[in-house]
Design a protein around this ligand. Structure first.
Ligand code: GLA
Length: 726
């Protein structure tokens, strides 16, 4: 519901769980009065409070009482230079150098449902209401629209902003700004780098500005465009947690500022660093999804997961795939691939993916990016025989592309050496021997589209892995980073519309572009090039904060692991990959009979529980330096899985229990453990409330007894339990 009270100029956006209260302030800008747990639609004007007088060194506003100081108020879309010394939500220039603006409320609209933004990813939620607030600066004849969509069913709001005007130079335009009355929050962020994406960090917010951003041309593995604010005592199941996630795949910035008055400001949007835009009509910012939870981090991420699964991700099948990359790298030919497909079929694989190396003269990573035609020496029959073999087994077929790139050793570069991003007269900055195509130019994008459709029209392709393996450098124009992303979205949209049945998986050297913007086009993304089960525990834990299990590409690879050299059991590799899209990335021809038999059974186990895993509610139970555990409970609450992982064995840690949340209190459940033979071993029958309050014991074998089973398990131990209503 959205109401506007003309008497006190207050907007109230609310549903059963949350309230968001705004007010037209005395200077006609929009102020924030409240965001949090639902409050009654009564007495809301009490929320507005000014300081009694003008604090020293704090300007007030001409014609308004002295307590009205912008620096001490909660503002919805703050400008700079008019008395508020915090970082503004936007910054622009008119008449070449002037920046002081006065955008004032001129009207609003309340509409049913959502209002789509054009050419950018968006959350399509019908069960919602949208408030559009119109602000205008009459002197420069420019308008800003603030958009708020509140969900009927979820404690969540989508925000973005749009500006209209002419002869204006935009330097910054955040998607939204939110000020808070106190700063007693901790900041959760997801940082990392290649092969260690989305590592969870949680810190106190100290005075000053904390900026989390990407300048890499992709949303990046270094900082995901997600943060959460939590109270000190917030844990997985209790306390306040407010999550913010930007639907954008390029340079972004998240500013978190604790002011001298201990007010907290968050604004998020396209990175204002190395950004500028000459406005000639309209400019719209990407959307941000804001989720409020008063039941801890688990509830917050369950809401993100539900919203993304219901309103962002394209509908898809949960195919168990086999990708040949770690199995063969570039070293394959038709015969090897056909043999791999035969073997994949005998294991129960649904989808075979041919990764890098099938095109141009691509025998290594020095050449052929940009040449999207068959490598005829490796594949003399094109893809015909390979696809026929897949279809014979009723298996789907997928293909790797890296559309945004070129090697200098390619026909594309030889013909169009101006297509790559490079500043004339300056040195180039190759990365993995490759160069970024200038996607800010539409003719470059169309060239790639034309090449891709030649392959996609000719062959029956069910899946595309869309890779992007470098960061962007050498851009000599501050408008280009954003234009690049807009045209990338344009190309993805065009291909999606032409090939409605193709499942797209995103990838950028693993998770260098894992964001909700890309997920709109590619409903699953390769989470990391690191397939080591132990490293993946941290990577997937962080990624799961905002992004659902069904969106996280995760494969079982061989041991010793190719990235870390670590040896782990097939069980822990399975149990980690199962909390993702689940697939294999190895050469099945190198597996022994015992491994094959186990994998066959593991695929069956996965398929049996795939619906619960992909569409259930995920609960984190523990995640510390040594142990990680989750449960995932289906929406009917009739089935759950419990995943437990331990890094190293510790002697004498005692007995502990794992609590299983989210089941029906007064119903009985059978709990079984999947043993090494992949059989269900019954642990017992318990009420849902018992499992919630006491849980189940972790097996005593962790206490250090030296029997055969303990010896087998030792480090990198894991367990998988199945909980079924009876
Ligand atoms: C990137 C991807 C890998 C693989 C290789 C192929 O590193 O992340 O999964 O596709 O490229 O070159």
């Amino acid at each position: 519901m959205i109401t506007f009270n003309k008497q006190n100029n207050i907007f109230h956006l609310y549903n059963n769980d949350i309230s968001y209260v705004l007010m037209i302030l005395k200077n006609k800008e929009i102020g924030k009065l409240y965001f949090g747990e639902r409050i009654e639609n009564d007495n809301l004007e009490y929320l507005y409070k000014e300081f009694n007088s003008e604090p020293s060194i704090t300007p007030s506003f001409e014609g308004i009482n002295k307590g009205f100081c912008l620096d001490t108020l909660l503002r919805e879309y703050p400008d700079f230079g008019t008395g508020d010394f915090r970082d503004p939500a936007f910054d622009l220039e008119y008449e070449n150098t002037k920046s002081i603006v006065e955008y004032e409320y001129v009207g609003h609209e309340i509409i049913k449902g959502y209002k789509e933004i054009t050419g950018m990813p968006h959350i399509k939620v019908d069960k919602s209401q949208t408030l559009l607030i119109y602000l205008e600066d009459k002197l420069i004849n420019s308008k800003i629209t603030l958009k708020y969509t509140i969900f009927d069913e979820y404690p969540a709001v989508i925000r973005n902003a749009e500006i209209e005007g002419k002869n204006i130079k935009l330097n910054k335009l955040s998607s939204f700004n939110m000020d808070f009355l106190d700063s007693n929050y901790e900041l959760i962020q997801l940082n990392g780098h290649w092969a260690r994406e989305c590592n969870y960090t949680r810190n106190e917010i100290t005075k000053g500005i904390h900026k989390i951003d990407s300048k890499r041309g992709t949303s990046s593995a270094v900082a995901n465009p997600f943060i959460a604010l939590t109270r000190k005592n917030t844990d997985f199941d209790n306390g306040e947690a407010i999550g913010f996630n930007l639907l954008y795949s390029g340079n972004f910035s998240i500013n978190v500022e604790r002011s001298p008055f201990d007010l907290l400001r968050v604004n998020i949007g396209i990175n204002d660093f190395y950004f500028s835009k000459n406005l000639d009509s309209k400019f719209e910012t990407p959307e941000v999804l804001i989720v409020y939870s008063n039941k801890g981090i688990n509830k917050m991420s369950q809401v993100f997961h539900d919203i993304y699964r219901n309103y962002l991700l394209a509908k898809k099948e949960n195919y168990v795939l086999l990708n040949n990359w770690e199995g063969t790298y570039f070293d394959f030919n038709e015969e090897i691939i056909l043999n791999m497909i035969d073997s994949a079929n005998s294991l129960g694989i649904d989808l075979f993916v041919l990764d890098d190396g099938w095109f141009g003269k691509r025998d290594d990573d020095f050449r052929s990016l940009g040449d999207w035609y068959i490598h005829s020496e490796k594949l003399p029959n094109g893809l015909t025989k390979i696809i026929e073999r897949c279809k014979q087994y009723n298996m789907k077929f997928g293909l790797w592309f890296e559309p945004e790139m070129a090697n200098k050793d390619s026909d594309l570069y030889r013909k169009h050496n101006d297509y790559i991003i490079q500043t004339a007269g300056r040195k180039d900055h190759p990365s993995r021997n490759q160069h970024t195509l200038d996607f800010s130019r539409i003719e470059v994008v169309e060239n790639i589209y034309d090449q891709m459709i030649k392959i996609l029209d000719k062959y029956e392709i069910d899946y595309i892995k869309w890779d992007m393996n470098r960061c962007i450098t050498g851009i000599d124009n501050k408008e280009k980073y954003h234009l690049y992303i807009k045209n990338l979205y344009y190309l993805l949209e065009k291909l999606k519309n032409r090939y409605k049945n193709i499942l797209f998986e995103g990838c950028a050297s693993g998770g260098n572009r894992f964001d909700a913007g890309m997920l709109y086009y590619t409903p699953q993304i390769w989470t990391s090039d690191n397939t080591d089960a132990i490293d993946r525990l941290d990577i997937q834990f962080g990624t799961s904060l905002a992004y659902p299990v069904t969106s996280q590409g995760s494969h079982v690879s061989v041991t010793p692991n190719h990235q870390t050299g670590r040896m782990t059991s097939l069980e822990i590799r399975r149990n980690v990959a199962m909390l993702g899209t689940f697939g294999y990335e190895l050469n099945p021809l190198n597996l022994n009979e015992d491994e094959k038999e186990k994998i066959r059974k593991d695929i069956k186990i996965y398929k049996k529980y795939a619906k619960t895993i992909n569409y259930g509610d995920l609960y984190r139970i523990i995640h510390d330096q040594n142990e990680t555990a989750y449960s995932v409970v289906n929406k009917e609450k009739s089935e759950a899985l419990l995943f437990y992982y331990k890094r190293v064995i510790k002697i004498g840690t005692g007995l502990k229990t794992l609590k299983i949340k989210g089941l029906k209190e007064n119903f009985k459940y059978k709990v079984s453990r999947i043993n090494l033979n992949r059989e269900e071993e019954k642990i017992g029958i318990f009420y849902g409330s018992f499992l919630d309050k006491f849980g189940i014991y972790r097996e005593a074998r962790f206490s250090g007894q030296r029997d055969e089973e303990n010896r087998y398990y030792s480090d990198y131990d894991t367990d998988l339990y199945v909980i079924e209503e009876i």
